[in-house]
Design a protein around this ligand. Structure first.
Ligand SMILES: Cc1cc2nc3c(=O)[nH]c(=O)nc-3n(C[C@H](O)[C@H](O)[C@H](O)COP(=O)(O)OP(=O)(O)OC[C@H]3O[C@@H](n4cnc5c(N)ncnc54)[C@H](O)[C@@H]3O)c2cc1C
Length: 466
């Protein structure tokens, strides 16, 4: 029986006194990729443990909001949505400006429905559908009542940890991966920032997330992002990429760093794409639309940056507010301004009331006619903006996702610069590169971490058996 200690308000983690000198598999990082890998490894017969550097689990995964993309799912079928793996593949490839690693992308697409089923089978049901920018049908799966995906997903995965008694050590930063004769043999871990220990293992799965919060690394790979705010949590520091590079692991696409168009600048809060997916529009300081709000993130971001003020406003009504539960949170933390009428809202925002009113009236007509002749928007148009009071959030682009990273194959084996695998070393999630190409579609990262996290968990057990 594992002894537990409380080190977070709502969760218990494994006591550090229970840490042993050696394990089958060490998993580094407790985001969606790491937790999925651990559950699959345990279910396949191994005894994995997880090290997490932060005092709490969840990483960026816990912050994720819109949902997880998957095609040909039972939930799409039940909602009468016609989708195909081929359409998912093609739209993701187009979204990534055709620079995606097609082998990885094929694996992702082909295993997406199965991963929605797997999550459902372990108590994580994503049966409510929406869209994000760059897709033609509702493919983004989220919890039943339309709430943000991240907290629900992490809590569900942690419930499964508890059930399986998988050890999870927080405040435990892995600082190096050990290798002998070309084989991984364990890690160096710094506990509570003071106690350095060597823990042996037959294999290591690295799931440390991206480098979106490492400003030096961002500017090194993309100098024009100097000064941008980030949506990422502090643990997205690129440490996994650095440790794997030290072992000779290859990296790809490091300058492919995504900025997200709708970030509240004072807090770095990402305003979920589901707000637009459920009907919000964006206006400039002139109170007019200036882009297809549902276009790809790189295009919408560029259109905001091209405005003289380099910022914009998301505008929505009570209908959108009811359909996107995350908005209640944005209200609670003070990001939303509201008015009983369009004129009231314009006054609070110091925008021209006639202009904003005209824009919303034209938009409502566009929705009823089903054709956006101004900007060619085709999704997020099921409902107009005419329900109850009106709301706005001021936004501008912020650094969001690092598409580049460690080079892996579809077995999640880490490859060196010669294209050969490093024995016993696996990686999954945002620290890997290639899947998304140069622009990630919203909802594809959660798909990536669950699908490849699971694959890493299964593959590492196969490795142990050989
Ligand atoms: C605000 C926000 C909203 C998002 N919304 C969505 C969405 O709706 N849909 C979508 O598809 N994607 C979304 N994304 C992207 C997605 O959440 C991430 O790409 C994904 O969750 C990354 O998962 P991961 O498991 O690879 O890494 P993470 O979830 O970041 O987990 C990595 C963990 O590793 C830990 N770690 C790092 N280094 C070490 C070390 N050396 N030792 C020990 N531990 C370490 C970190 O502290 C962290 O807990 C969003 C991202 C953000 C920031």
């Amino acid at each position: 029986m594992i002894k537990k200690v409380t080190s977070a308000k709502y969760r218990e983690y494994t006591a550090i006194e229970d840490l042993e000198d050696s394990y089958d598999v060490i998993i580094v990082g407790s985001g969606g990729a790491g937790l999925s890998a651990a559950i699959e490894a345990k279910d396949a017969g191994a005894t994995p443990i997880v090290f997490e550097m932060m005092p709490r689990t969840g990483g960026n995964t816990k912050k994720s909001s819109a949902g997880m993309n998957a095609s040909e799912t039972k939930f799409q079928e039940a909602s009468g949505i016609e989708d195909s793996n081929n359409a998912f593949f093609e739209e993701t490839l187009a979204g990534g400006n055709e620079t995606n690693n097609e082998e990885l992308l094929n694996y992702l697409v082909d295993h997406s429905a199965d991963s929605i089923d797997w999550l459902d089978s372990i108590g994580i049901t994503l049966d409510n559908l929406t869209t994000t920018g760059g897709m033609k049908v509702e493919r983004t799966h989220r919890p039943s009542e339309g709430s943000a995906v991240g907290g629900y997903l992490i809590n569900g995965l942690l419930d499964n940890f508890k059930e399986r008694e998988i050890p999870l050590f927080v405040n435990s930063e892995v600082t190096g991966i050990l290798e002998e004769d070309g084989k991984v043999t364990g890690v160096e871990v710094l506990i509570n920032q003071t106690d350095k220990r060597t823990i042996h293992s037959k294999a290591v799965v690295v799931t440390t997330g991206g480098f979106g919060a490492n400003f030096d690394m961002i500017v090194e790979h993309k100098p024009d992002l100097e000064g941008y705010v980030t949506t990422n949590h502090a643990g997205s520091n690129g440490s996994g990429i650095s440790m794997i590079s030290t072992l000779g692991g290859d990296v790809v696409d490091m300058s492919d760093i995504q900025i997200h168009p709708t970030v509240e600048q004072a807090t770095g809060y990402l305003i979920t794409e589901a707000v637009r997916g459920e009907g919000a529009i964006m206006v400039s300081e002139e109170g007019v639309r200036f882009t297809n709000e549902m276009d790809k993130r790189d295009i919408v971001s560029a259109d905001i940056i091209a405005l003289p003020e380099q910022k914009a406003y998301l505008i929505f009504d009570d209908g959108v507010k009811e359909r996107v539960l995350a908005i209640e949170h944005y209200i609670r933390v003070g990001l939303v301004v509201s008015g009983e009428s369009i004129e009231d809202l314009a006054e609070v925002m110091s925008l021209d009331a006639d202009s904003l009113k005209g824009t919303i009236e034209t938009w409502n007509k566009t929705v009823s006619e089903g054709e956006d002749t101004a900007f060619g928007r085709t999704t997020g148009m099921n409902e107009d903006l005419s329900t109850g009071s009106y709301h706005a959030i001021e936004i501008a682009p912020g650094t969001h996702h690092t598409m580049g990273g460690v080079r892996i194959n579809t077995l999640t084996e880490v490859l060196n610069t010669d294209g050969n695998k490093i024995d016993g070393l696996y990686a999954a999630g945002e620290l890997t590169g290639g899947i998304h190409g140069s622009n990630r579609i919203g909802g594809n990262a959660v798909a990536d971490i669950i699908i490849f996290g699971r694959q890493a968990g299964k593959q590492v057990v196969d490795y142990l058996k050989n």
